[in-house]
Design a protein around this ligand. Sequence first.
Ligand code: PEP
Length: 247
Amino acid sequence: MSKKIFAANWKLNKTPEEAREFVIKFKNDVFKTPDFFKGKEVILFPSAFSLEAVSSLCAGTAIGFGPQNIHSEKSGAFTGENSAEVAQSMKAQYALVGHSERREIFKEQDELLDKKNALLQVLGLNPVFCIGESLAQREAGKTLEICFAQMDKGLKSFDKSQRLILAYEPVWAIGTGKVATPEQVAEVHRELHQYLTKNAFKNFQILYGGSVKPENSKELLAIPHVDGFLIGGAALQVESFIKICTI
Ligand code: PEP
């Protein structure tokens, strides 16, 4: 059985100093528990300015990390963007792609996300590719149609023999405190699992994201095909993040 994944998306929060404080406290707390990392993978997604701080404390440990976004080209005249190649040189092993805030606020389209996923694969980094429907799309009964279309287009160039980490994040549940019901999560994860299997993806895990907290994480993690979480707000404090990671 593959490991459960607990990924923290810090969004535009934490200075490098605060990121360092988090990692030092996290390490102190979890290294007291023998086998804490057994059966699980922990990943931190700091903002770009704090990536170096996290890298200096996590590279070579059981704690994975990576940027929240990368440009679709390795390098060049793209002022203000962040390079996957630079993240790789900082020993990042993962990168978030297509978070709903990137899709909505920064208007990132599926075709662009496909390029980002493919570039990460070329560089040997694991994309954590985010998909999910809006409230209007759910209410119109289009949840699966939207998720399948996002995968069809955003994973068009993906080498299916390589590892894929997919994060299903219903947009209406992100940062709202409105968590999807276990029935809703179970249905979508079952369908996503079937889709990926049918489409010959060889090695994949499916995370749930959207208002995951210590109070709901156990129930959600017990749902079939929920292989872990992408966590925003509740991953900003060491205590609540550790509670969610404690299985
Ligand atoms: C996220 O940012 O991906 C997320 C799921 O946020 P939250 O846990 O705060 O809903």
